[in-house]
Design a protein around this ligand. Structure first.
Ligand code: FAD
Length: 450
């Protein structure tokens, strides 16, 4: 240990993919994780990734041995479970540990170093720049490691950025508990094979999973193994998701006699991305930068994208010798244009969905106010066509629940407004403060109105 071009704290999918994208470019890179190499990527997860995430960054899709199964689509069930939307799209159920190890090992093969059992304790700050990190390990004790760019990829721990002073380091950007989902999931072997094991299932029900949803994601390679879990909105005083899963889901006949293969829970951020992914000598990626899709909670693909954008910016900044906020800024422009803008729009949609009652959801799905194809469009682009809502208004206004439709129309307008703002993300750090005031203003207007 000593002095590096890039030090990455955390070797989950975000940190491992960043090391992968930086590898072979001649930089001296160190990745540290409190876990050993054998356990990297072990955060409890439902492990689904859309194929498009790999295409976007030209990353080879996971090979057969890194997978639990293939995905061809997703079913969404209404609270009564009588209505089902099917959204088709190819993807994978990854073996999350094997997949992350594969990315990290590829980086190590090209010269990156890895230190397992090593904690990132705090950043070293000198004259307005992060210049390194203090680490701790059982064998080595406390150490100082120098970096030109330090990357916080420590997941929801946000171990490095949360040690920075928020008033002068906008990269810190703390969050409220209400912007997280608290989740619990088990991988279970059932007594018989699941029908259509390449279709994921999501169940929306405020009664069962308030402010979240519950899911069944089969592992199609085995057929009788499923990842079954439940998430609730944080900070609302809702019951423990494990208790809800045991009370409402695992009591169903299909789980009788099933065997628990794995169990565990974790938090997942479900909000717009951090206001900046970079500052002087530092970058933040993955869950630590809130890069997760706010509606469905998938964060692996977007963490890979954020790390790809950051790797390009680091390469540019180090080649020109300027790892300042300005030198690294393109990471923000790259990410927000490709994903952050949609993510912010989906954050608005998420806040709206979390307020709906089961009756509203049942009604909306039964009347197909938003259809499968619209849902696909919302999920892929963060865009809710106003014409769809207008059509619904014409057809249904006066029949029942016009207020729901009018609200949806306003939601669509807010989504488009916030998306536009993120598409116009400032071209340099000087514009950040003014731009961010605009973001806060839209959100407070939205919260007051809808
Ligand atoms: C129950 C559940 C289901 C989910 N389902 C899906 C899904 O189906 N599809 C999907 O795409 N996403 C899903 N997600 C989200 C997804 O798991 C995360 O977005 C993704 O794993 C984030 O990766 P990351 O690398 O940013 O963070 P992590 O995977 O959390 O990695 C962070 C790493 O940092 C290390 N670390 C932490 N603190 C320190 C420290 N101080 N020093 C050193 N190392 C440290 C940790 O050991 C860890 O290895 C789910 C999340 C949950 C909780």
């Amino acid at each position: 240990m000593g002095s590096y071009d890039v030090v990455v704290v955390g070797a989950g999918v975000a940190g491992a993919s960043l090391a992968y994208f930086l590898s072979g470019k001649g930089f001296k890179t160190l990745v540290i994780d409190m876990r050993s190499f054998e356990r990297v990527g072990d955060k409890p997860c439902a492990d689904a990734i859309g194929k498009h995430h790999f295409d976007e960054v030209n990353l080879e899709p996971p090979s057969e041995e890194l997978l639990e199964g293939y995905v061809r689509g997703l079913d969404i069930y209404s609270p009564s479970e009588l209505i089902r939307y099917r959204v088709l799209g190819d993807g994978y159920e990854v073996d999350r540990i094997k997949f992350t190890k594969h990315l990290l090992k590829s980086a190590i093969d090209k010269g990156a170093e890895f230190a397992g059992g090593t904690y990132g304790i705090e950043p070293i700050v000198k004259e307005g720049f992060v210049t390194g990190v203090i680490t701790w390990s059982r064998g080595g004790g406390r150490r100082e490691i120098r970096s030109k760019v330090l990357v916080d990829a420590s997941g929801v721990a946000r171990a490095i950025v949360r040690r920075l002073d928020e008033s002068t380091w906008p990269v810190r950007d703390d969050s409220e508990l209400m912007d997280y989902n608290i989740t619990y999931r088990e991988v279970r072997r059932l007594r018989r094979d699941v029908d259509e094991p390449d279709v994921l299932r999501i169940y929306v029900s405020k009664r069962v999973a308030p402010g979240g949803y519950w899911w069944v994601f089969p592992h199609s390679k085995e057929g009788d193994v499923v990842n079954v879990g439940l998430g609730v909105q944080g900070g609302m005083g809702y019951p423990n998701p494990r208790d809800l899963l045991y009370e409402h889901v695992l009591t169903r006949s299909e789980y009788e006699g099933s065997e628990v293969v794995e169990a565990g829970g974790a938090a997942v951020p479900t909000r717009r991305p951090a206001r900046t992914l970079v500052w002087n000598g530092i970058a933040v990626t993955g869950d630590a930068a809130y890069t997760v899709n706010p509606v469905h909670g998938g964060g692996k693909g977007s963490a890979i994208l954020a790390s790809w954008c950051i790797s390009q910016a680091i390469t540019q900044a180090l080649d020109s010798g300027e790892p300042s906020a300005k030198g690294l800024w393109n990471a923000n422009v790259c990410f927000n244009k490709r994903y952050g803008a949609k993510q912010a729009a989906l954050d608005i949609f998420r806040l709206f969905l979390q307020k709906l009652s089961d009756d509203d959801l049942e009604y909306g799905m039964s009347k197909k106010i938003i259809k499968e194809e619209d849902l696909n469009e919302v999920s892929l682009k963060g865009h809710l066509e106003l014409s769809v809502v207008e059509k619904g208004l014409r057809l249904l206004a006066g029949l029942a629940r016009p207020s729901l439709l009018f609200k949806l129309k306003r939601v669509a307008q807010y989504m488009s407004e916030v998306k536009q703002l993120y598409m116009n993300y400032p071209e340099s750090p000087e514009g950040l403060s003014r731009w961010y005031s605009g973001v806060k203003e839209i959100y407070s207007r939205f919260k007051a109105e809808v």
